[in-house]
Design a protein around this ligand. Sequence first.
Ligand SMILES: Cc1ncc(COP(=O)(O)OP(=O)(O)O)c(N)n1
Ligand SMILES: Cc1ncsc1CCOP(=O)(O)O
Length: 398
Amino acid sequence: MLSSSWLKAALVVDPVMISTSGDVLVGPSVLAGFLEELLPMTDIVTPNIKEASVLLGGVPLKSVSDMRTAAKLIHDLGPRNVLVKGGDLPNSLDAIDVFFDGEEFYELCSPRVNTRNSHGTGCTLASCIAAELAKGSSMLSAVKTAKHFIEAALDYSRDMTIGNGAQGPFDHFLALNINQSSCRLNRFNPNDLLLYAVTDSAMNRKWGRSIAEAVKAAVEGGATIVQLREKDAETRDFLEAAKVCLEICHSYGVPLLINDRIDVALACDADGVHVGQSDMPARLARTLLGPEKIIGVSCKTPEQAHQAWIDGADYIGCGGVYPTNTKANNRTIGLEGLKEVCLASTLPVVAIGGIGLSNAREVMKLGAPNLNGVAVVSALFDRECILTETRNLHALVS
Ligand SMILES: Cc1ncc(COP(=O)(O)OP(=O)(O)O)c(N)n1
Ligand SMILES: Cc1ncsc1CCOP(=O)(O)O
């Protein structure tokens, strides 16, 4: 029995061989077909520890280390990605899943939820991964979002009485019933890219403002995500300012990313980083930051956009769309270049470069697939009143 979905040419397979209740659901002939025909064409397979054991001929899995070995061995059978789910791992307080993409291992950890309403969890997880891939997420992001959804749904449904069996399903419609702000279902929401405020230390100096003052005005005005792009700040000053900005942003529910400086992002526990083509490679940034943080990558070409997806980025920044004085020697790619990258990208895109009140609507009207918003430096921060400029720009792109 399979739970699978073809979306954007992605095959997600949950090998439903042993149910949550422990029943064995497949015989040897199905297993042979599974191993020989299905796995080699699969983008991701999501066995639980008992299923992983069956796929590997019965080897027992007793620890996270065993799960890593199993993920590698199952990967050798052909699927491009493997998620070994550790919800049933004995003696573990947390639900630890091991994700392996052929190069890196990620341990995805969430608190174990004690509930009888866990029936069908694996099928829902696989379907959620497929849905996230169809929305343009990278594989790692899709897995993380799906895991967050399952965790939130289990927690939400933990005390419900659904059906008469020993186990019930969880409530799949929780998003309709709960206050979203009290339960963050998505780690990264591509809609956050709508109005992306990118700070500039020289501009703040020119106008006599601290980074924190500038950031506060931007989030008050409606910025939906903020990046600290402090090119000439001393590390200590940058770190202290980042901590203050993080508090301000989080009090508005806005994520804060750090430009280039993975060390600063780690030190202040920022929501993520933005890296360029000559900065720390996104793949390494992902390894350093772990699966939970947001990673954006600057891309000017479809090839770079594809690589960003492979590397586990969450979004791409594409530009300069128009000429800009903010970044020296930056090639302008125009609306045509932006559209080409958007069409090729499997990740959400934010346009950047020379964007302001006079042309933001033109960019959004391009209607390019995956284009989620505009990133702006001077049109917000090289102005007398950041609050007013942000409000006006927000009204224009909304
Ligand atoms: C959202 C966004 N997109 C692109 C960039 C440019 O980043 P990078 O190429 O690393 O150049 P610098 O910002 O470091 O000059 C960005 N910062 N943000
Ligand atoms: C950082 C960056 N990357 C590409 S263009 C650019 C500068 C954007 O600044 P502005 O919004 O002032 O044109």
